[in-house]
Design a binder for this molecule. Structure first.
Ligand code: COA
Ligand code: AMP
Length: 632
């Protein structure tokens, strides 16, 4: 193991306040924190108490003043519209300051929430930074969620304003966002005072007088707003992520710790230098987008890339290579699923030959388990280090990975390498004792978590405690299971809850079950994640019909599929369901989803000792076979 890494990791655990006080000096503070780590309310910890700063200042104004005014801050590349646009730091600052003025004039101030429901266009980034500039709390909702999900978030975050656009573009489809926004506001009990709508040429949105405001018109006349300093512990954003029920968890991100941690990772983990182009091919609706499309690269003085396209089909499987070579990307970050999509279309990497990829130094993959085949394909064809790293919406930045910026260590396929500085990772048995090296258990992080991680859940401190801190006192429970090998390498194997990962998107099967059980013909149901060559996992539903229902099963299946799409959104990718007579359960009535998943994926499985009626698993196996699963 690298001595430099080891020394840094050890210091971060033995002297966390010294380590993170040093890291904090890379950020501009209005007031430097008086207490680096406030541990007066264990197990709730707060970083940088007494510090005051503005993160937008650190992302923009600071660089303009420091000589980067003419450097590209943001490159927008949109193969779906044919538009390419570069904004320098000075130009991005001007747009953000003006839009912050728009928000201020609408009465949005420090601590007010603003929901952002936007496609991958520069205005989404402008909206986020404008909120940060005036101390407002943004909450970005991914465009693939349906109005019902948006309404749930509107009710929880109670935003003063919502920012949106007339449409998003998915491949060749123009998706009107505004009708979805209107439907969500109709459904929500909370009503925002205003919506600011960015009109795109591909679809015009009709505006509701008095409530809706045209983005460009408002920005044209607004006076720029100055940065408002906030407490380091003030929330910068709330990002909702799938929990185990239909009610998503509002992950709160505080300002100071996040700024410090992201700036630190850009140099020490991703190994990028200010001035270089960093491209996270994700979406601003996910945590990767927040941390590494918006805040990380800009805090570090890099150029970030906003890509409105897909890895394949816009126009072909060479899309990523075109963007990398054209914009001289030094480091790319995406989800393994994107590379699986490319590999499927261009197995021999022939399209790569058309591009000068000499600028690319490394590829980082996260969001789901990297299968060795895909990792190997990327290494072979790109001829740069391909680094699998593991993190979560909750953590805000990587927990484990091969720290390119410190020292590139040995790559082991299937492992996300070593814990980053700040992370004391252990693997525990259900009774809370540490398991032996190599044995699988619950992966946990010893408290306190490092800066930038979630301090709580929005409006739900009890849920925060119960979800993450209660089961293993003194530790944060990641809800991932896995093991640590003899060299200290971490292997993340599976979630321990009902979260599945579809194309790198985190989804709750529990939330899908809530939708299915709302169908009038469904008596009970189960949703599991089955293995998929492209998306990693796909949801598969099982429904037991109410007695007496004699409609064609195909009709009912179509209806439940549509219901999930309507209520959760296309992102759920819920396309298959099977009608079965009964579900396998334990004697206490718990549905045996884990066993069903193993049968579906043809993995070895053991008959659960507590099963009520073993014959039902045979019936499930037959149903799965009829749908092309359970082949082995
Ligand atoms: N707005 C509206 N709809 C969206 C959307 C958005 N921002 N993003 C996805 N959708 C829709 C898709 O159009 C699709 O709809 P459909 O059922 O009508 O075809 C559905 O949601 C499912 O999307 P997805 O699972 O992403 O499938 P896909 O076939 O569109 O694309 C990949 C598959 C692998 C190419 C794509 O998921 C991908 O590039 N993923 C890697 C990058 C990434 O997103 N990472 C996230 C975490 S780092
Ligand atoms: P999200 O909150 O959407 O980032 O999803 C987090 C979950 O994705 C984690 O809890 C893991 O289950 C999974 N995940 C993320 N990165 C990896 C990785 N590199 N390897 C395995 N699983 C991962």
């Amino acid at each position: 193991m690298s001595g430099r890494y080891q020394a840094m990791h050890e210091r971060s655990l033995s002297d966390p306040t010294g380590f993170w006080a040093d890291a904090a000096r890379a950020i501009d503070w209005d007031t430097f924190p008086t207490t680096i780590l406030d541990d007066s309310d264990k197990p709730f910890y707060r970083w940088y108490r007494g510090g005051r700063l503005n993160i937008c200042h650190n992302a923009l104004d600071r660089h303009v003043a420091g000589g980067r005014a003419e450097q590209a801050a943001l490159i927008y590349d949109s193969p779906v519209t044919g538009v390419k646009q570069t904004l320098t730091y000075a130009q991005l600052l001007d747009k953000v300051a003006r839009f912050a003025g728009v928000l201020r004039d609408l009465g949005v101030g420090k601590g007010d929430r603003v929901i952002i429901y936007m496609p991958m266009i520069p205005e989404a980034v402008v909206g986020m930074l404008a909120c940060a500039r005036i101390g407002a709390v943004h909450s970005v909702v991914f465009g693939g969620f349906a109005p019902h999900e948006l309404a749930t978030r509107i009710n929880d975050a109670t935003p003063k304003a919502i920012l949106s656009a007339s449409c998003g573009i998915e491949g060749t489809k123009v998706l009107a966002y505004k009708p979805m926004l209107d439907a969500a506001i109709d459904q929500a009990s909370h009503k925002p005072d205003h919506c600011v709508i960015f009109q795109r040429p591909q679809a015009a949105a009709s505006l509701i007088p008095g409530r809706d405001i045209d983005w460009d018109e408002a920005a044209a006349t607004a006076e720029p707003a100055d940065c408002v300093a906030v407490e380091a512990t003030d929330p910068l954003y709330v990002l909702y992520t799938s929990g185990t029920t239909g009610q998503p968890k509002g992950v709160v991100r505080d300002t100071g710790g996040y700024a410090v941690a992201l700036k630190w990772t850009m140099e020490h983990f991703y190994g990028v230098k200010p001035g270089e182009v960093f491209w996270a091919a994700s979406d601003v609706g996910w945590v990767v987008g927040h941390s590494y499309i918006v805040y990380g690269p800009l805090l570090h003085g890099c150029t970030t890339l906003v890509y409105e396209g897909k890895p394949v089909g816009t126009p072909d499987a060479g899309a990523f290579w075109r963007v990398i070579s054209e914009h001289r990307v030094a480091v790319q970050f995406t989800a393994p699923t994107a590379f699986r999509a490319i590999k499927r279309e261009d197995p021999n990497g022939e399209l790569l030959g058309q591009y000068d990829m000499s600028c690319l130094r490394a590829l980082f993959l996260a969001g789901e388990r990297s299968d060795p085949d895909t990792l190997n394909w990327a290494e072979t064809h790109l001829k740069v280090p391909v680094i699998d790293h593991w993190w979560q919406t909750e953590t805000g930045w990587p927990v484990a990975g091969n720290p390119l910026g410190i020292d590139l260590m040995k790559v082991k396929y299937g492992s996300t390498a070593v814990p980053l500085p700040g992370w004391d990772i252990r693997v525990l048995a259900p009774d809370g004792t540490e398991v032996k090296r190599g044995d699988i258990g619950a992966i946990v992080a010893k408290l306190p978590l490092p800066p930038g991680t979630l301090p709580t859940l929005w409006n739900a401190r009890d849920r925060f405690f119960k979800s993450y801190l209660a089961d293993f006192p003194g530790y944060y429970q990641t809800s991932d299971a896995g093991f640590i090998d003899e060299d200290g390498y971490i292997y993340v194997m599976a979630r321990t809850d009902d979260i599945i990962n579809v194309a790198g998107h985190r989804l709750s099967t529990g939330a899908m079950e809530e939708v299915l059980s709302g169908h009038p013909d469904v008596a009970e149901c189960a949703v599991i994640g089955v293995a998929d060559d492209l998306k990693g996992q796909l949801p598969l539903g099982f429904v037991v019909l109410k007695r007496g229902v004699d409609r064609p099963h195909a009709d009912i299946i179509k209806e439940v599929v549509k219901k999930v799409r309507d209520e959760i959104g296309p992102v759920a990718a819920f396309k298959q369901a099977l009608v079965v007579e009964r579900l396998p359960k334990t004697r206490s009535g718990k549905i045996l989803r884990g066993t069903m998943q193993k049968i579906a994926d043809s993995e070895t499985w053991k008959m659960p000792a507590t099963i009520d009626d073993p014959a039902i698993l045979g019936e499930i196996g037959e149903a799965l076979k009829s749908a092309g699963y359970a082949k082995g």
